[in-house]
Write a protein that binds this ligand. Sequence first.
Ligand SMILES: *[C@@H]1O[C@H](CO)[C@@H](O)[C@H](O)[C@H]1NC(C)=O
Ligand SMILES: *[C@@H]1O[C@H](CO)[C@@H](O)[C@H](O)[C@H]1NC(C)=O
Ligand SMILES: *[C@@H]1O[C@H](CO)[C@@H](O)[C@H](O)[C@H]1NC(C)=O
Ligand SMILES: *[C@@H]1O[C@H](CO)[C@@H](O)[C@H](O)[C@H]1NC(C)=O
Length: 354
Amino acid sequence: MRGVPILLLMVLCTLLLQSHICSGIKWLALARTPATLFLNQSQHCKLLGGLVSSQVQLCRSNLELMQTIIQAAKEVKKTCQKSFSDMRWNCSSIELVPSFTPDLERGTRESAFVYALSAAAISHTIARACTSGDLRGCSCGPIPGEIPQPGYRWGGCADNLHYGLVMGSKFSDAAMKMKKSGSQANKLMHLHNSEVGRQALNDALVMKCKCHGVSGSCSIRTCWRGLQDLKDIAMDLKTKYLSATKVVHRPMGTRKQLVPKDIDIRPVQENELVYLQSSPDFCSRNEKLGSLGTQDRQCNKTSNGSDSCDLMCCGRGYNPYSEKLVERCHCKYHWCCYVTCKKCERTVERYVCK
Ligand SMILES: *[C@@H]1O[C@H](CO)[C@@H](O)[C@H](O)[C@H]1NC(C)=O
Ligand SMILES: *[C@@H]1O[C@H](CO)[C@@H](O)[C@H](O)[C@H]1NC(C)=O
Ligand SMILES: *[C@@H]1O[C@H](CO)[C@@H](O)[C@H](O)[C@H]1NC(C)=O
Ligand SMILES: *[C@@H]1O[C@H](CO)[C@@H](O)[C@H](O)[C@H]1NC(C)=O
């Protein structure tokens, strides 16, 4: 009889431990913050969902950053789903935060992407908020020392990537740096992938220019260093997702480290995403593995990419259906100044996986 409570305790502990594995991105739950929550007092930080205690502390001491971080959480959700809309795994489970299904809870390739995107997004959003003057703690980024090219000059407001990276990593890595945040291997994986996300953001700081001169002659260009849009950074990370490296946690020198599973003669590279657990093919439903399957997913009959009916439906075939689209058409301009249009109906063929 005495064994039972101990067993129960062990089960509880395992459950608790597992619930911590994904705590690193629980802050994405901020995307659900009601717009009516007005964050102007430090005790409001307790009301925010998904934060670990060190993040609540950061919230208290950086209140003005929080609207920006809430915005970042929304961007992560939207951008992840958009970037994977043509894939079998389509990032729909991110809707469930702060709960997670196994596709994101285990150390998978998919979680590698989401961690990298989250780290990139938080720093991106903060850097952009500096530029638009939303934050008192920062302003435009520094003007580079060197002159760009003849006919070009620096001007305008650079995105403050440095501030974004410092504050973003402080906040998003906080949960992974806690003592009780799941296994060491998972922590190392998540921290590495977050760093890959920030590296991708660094690579996305490019020179942007505006033309000046008589009637658009562009004899002078003013330039500043601006970040590419988050969706472009997500595309870069998706490429890294597709070529991610499977790693194992094993002793290397004095400490245990992540090393590539198959070719463990080389260390893990700074710009590659890594994962510990293989994912299923996401063709059929398997709740244990966090796979929703692709039945009833829309596929593209003319594409030969991952959204093609062949690949999306895993060879099961597909059903056609027609959809009526209502569009504005035969538009006329009236002097002055309005436009009238007619409504036209058009039928398009669509296909869903069997
Ligand atoms: C916080 O915002 C509310 C609503 O706008 C306002 O009534 C309150 O005075 C503000 N508190 C502080 C400390 O600024
Ligand atoms: C993503 O996939 C799931 C499962 O197949 C599906 O229910 C959902 O509608 C899909 N979402 C989008 C935006 O396609
Ligand atoms: C299907 O794929 C083709 C080729 O990639 C593309 O031109 C077309 O817009 C896609 N159609 C839909 C409905 O996404
Ligand atoms: C199919 O894919 C190949 C390689 O990805 C590409 O070169 C080709 O143009 C594609 N064909 C069509 C019809 O989209």
